[in-house]
Design a protein around this ligand. Structure first.
Ligand code: SF4
Length: 262
């Protein structure tokens, strides 16, 4: 993460393949929305509008994909995109898809960061639903009230038949928060689906229960970095297989370079 900030993020083949599969899955469930933002305001509008449409689809079809979530955890701003929300037995389920380059079932350490990600999403959805993270907090954080979309972007919205009163970031943000508040209660069971990025085949569906203590423990550790209380760290030796898929391996980062005999 730190190297991404310092050197700029790099897109590896694995990331590209994973994105393609996510896009394919999204197009199976959501109606594609083509909007070309020209400014920060346009961009915020697009993100909120596509999530509004996804939340409306969730109400109607009981399943939807690629929903943006905003929040604040222990005072830190968080943002993420949930792969899938679905309603079953009147409960809202959070699903995350992870792609792999082979059919091997992931090990526990491989799953840990994914588990934390999904638990964080559950907490963020809960906070939006229960109005713990409010529209007012969102407005302040992202400067929503003063944002104006460009004329060109407004023409694109006209083409999509978005009514004029809905063509402001403020209006779409209001609707986004209203829709979250109407969601059913969240299921404590979370889902991670591992898929082969080449074949699309499901390798493993991992179900587990949200654990507040585990979540707090992980957050305390992670936030120490963001509070400046500790340095960033390389992956531990037992997880140095991750380096094989890292764009910085052997270049900006040589931590496990000698140990791998290179
Ligand atoms: S090469 Fe390995 S230790 Fe270095 S940044 Fe990448 S994953 Fe972390």
């Amino acid at each position: 993460m730190e190297l991404n900030y310092i050197h700029g993020s790099k897109i590896t083949e694995e990331i590209k393949k994973g994105r393609e599969l996510h896009e394919e899955l999204e197009s199976e469930v959501n109606v594609p929305i083509i909007l070309m933002p020209k400014s920060y305001a346009d961009f915020m509008y697009k993100v909120l509008y596509t999530s509004v449409r996804a939340l409306e689809a969730l109400q109607k079809n009981k399943i939807s994909r690629e929903i943006q979530v905003y929040g604040a955890i222990n005072g830190f701003t968080t943002v993420g995109k949930i792969d899938q929300l679905q309603i079953k037995d009147e409960e809202l389920q959070v699903w995350e898809d992870k792609t792999r380059s082979n059919d091997n079932v992931p090990s526990e350490p491989q799953m840990l960061s994914h588990k934390v990600q999904v638990m964080l999403y559950k907490k963020m959805v809960e906070d939006l639903r229960a109005k713990i993270y409010t529209l007012e907090m969102f407005r302040k954080k992202y400067g929503i009230t003063s944002l104006r979309i460009t004329e060109e972007f407004a023409r694109q919205l006209d083409a999509l038949r978005v009514e004029k009163p809905m063509q402001t970031v403020e209006a779409v943000a209001q609707l986004y928060f209203d829709l979250f508040a109407r969601l059913p209660r969240l299921s404590a069971t979370l889902h991670i689906r591992y898929m082969n990025q080449f074949t699309g085949k499901e390798i493993k569906l991992y179900r587990f229960d949200y654990d507040e203590n585990e979540m707090q423990k992980e957050l305390d550790y992670v936030l120490k970095y963001w509070k400046g209380e500790r340095e960033s760290m390389p992956v531990p030796k037992g997880e140095s297989w991750k380096c094989n898929y890292c764009a910085f391996f052997g270049k900006e980062c040589k931590v496990w370079w000698p140990q791998k005999g290179l």
